[in-house]
Design a protein around this ligand. Structure first.
Ligand code: NAP
Length: 322
């Protein structure tokens, strides 16, 4: 395993584990998945994964409970990251919600407490006042944000008066926005970009095609899995396969290695089984050659999916057909 080159109380692995899937019906993994989730966490720990990401909203607390129980005694050495869903993130609410999350996780302290998304009305000044108080009493180690613009991330830092260690954002080969400003800022200021949906929810695994889309409500709502976009992705997947063959790896591993080239980026792929977590952890060791990186970049740029409003009627049609 490799780690982020930053001074943090506990080392942060370049590959973490995302746990939205735990206890969340909308991924469609069925009742048996809860048992498998424990195996996924235990195997991740064996492989040197230290960062475990959850949120109070995932399965309405179930993900936090499953993760905490699965970590067991390793809760003390793992970097446990959770998020407040900022419905009314004023200081007293932030404090009360952190206590509830810590109780569900079974931890004495939350290593990284993140604001799940920017609140359009409540300013970060009041949210960060709550975060600062949590840090002062030792219930929270580091503060993070999620889905923040660079401007708002920096504003949050000013409001906290300390570093806001990380910004968790959608970042994959097909969602490269963070490369513009968030990653350069993280590298210059000693911060971390946590890449969520780093496999574009499995789109980059090459496992799906127009005749075989994934199930589950989450991915039925994701335009990348429209038959048209799965067909448009053929070239990109072919390039991933080509590079993967040279490394005796899989397309997913190459898609992760592509992101991890940036020293201050960590990826938190979710996993539907133990074998995936093994492959994902191993991706941290893959070094892409410059020409491979360039080929992947070109292929990623050439992928032009139908997204946004144009995708909405197609998503509705695809849904009614299934
Ligand atoms: N902050 C936010 O707003 C936010 C939003 C979304 C997610 N997140 C966090 O980010 C985490 C990851 O994002 P995500 O779950 O949306 O997407 P993801 O990690 O890109 O995709 C996860 C899915 O990809 C497939 N997969 C994983 N490893 C694979 C492998 N080695 N080979 C082939 N397929 C593989 C699995 O699905 P199948 O096997 O079923 O294909 C798995 O459930 C979440 O769990 C959550 O913690 C945060």
């Amino acid at each position: 395993m490799r780690f982020v080159p930053l001074d943090t109380p506990k080392p942060i692995s370049k590959i973490g584990l995302g746990t939205w899937q735990f206890g969340s019906r909308e991924w469609g993994y069925g009742p048996d998945y809860e048992r498998r989730a424990t195996g996924i966490v235990r195997r991740a720990l064996d492989l040197g994964v230290t960062l475990f990401d959850t949120a109070e909203i995932y399965g309405f607390g179930r993900s936090e409970r499953i993760l905490g129980a699965a970590l067991g005694a390793e809760r003390a050495t793992a970097v446990v990251a959770t998020k407040i869903f900022p419905v009314l993130p004023v200081a007293p609410v932030v404090q009360q919600r952190a206590v509830a999350s810590a109780a569900r996780l079974g931890v004495a302290g939350i290593d990284l407490y993140q604001v799940h998304q920017p609140n359009p009305v409540v300013a970060d000044t009041t949210t960060m006042r709550g975060m600062r108080a949590l840090q002062d009493v030792g219930l929270v180690g580091e503060v993070g944000v999620s889905n923040y613009s660079l401007r708002r991330w920096r504003f949050a830092e000013a409001a906290l008066g300390r570093r806001v260690l990380s910004n968790q954002v959608r970042y994959s080969m097909v969602d490269r926005g963070p490369e513009e400003d968030l990653i350069p800022y993280a590298e210059q200021a000693g911060r971390i970009v946590i890449a969520y949906s780093p496999l574009a929810q499995g789109f980059l695994s090459g496992r799906y095609d127009p005749s075989n889309p994934p199930g589950g409500a989450v991915r039925r709502a994701n335009p990348y899995f429209l038959p048209e976009n799965l067909a448009r992705g053929t070239e990109l997947i072919a390039t991933l396969r080509e590079v993967a063959a040279a490394h005796d790896a899989t397309p997913s591993q190459i898609a992760l290695a592509y992101l991890l080239r940036h020293p201050n980026v960590v990826a938190i792929p979710g996993a539907s089984g133990v074998e995936q977590v093994e492959r994902n952890a191993a991706a941290a060791e893959i070094d892409l050659a410059d020409d491979e990186y360039a080929a992947l970049r070109t292929a990623a740029h050439a992928f032009r999916p139908v997204t946004g409003l144009a995708a909405v009627p197609k998503l509705i049609r695809a849904r009614t057909r299934r």
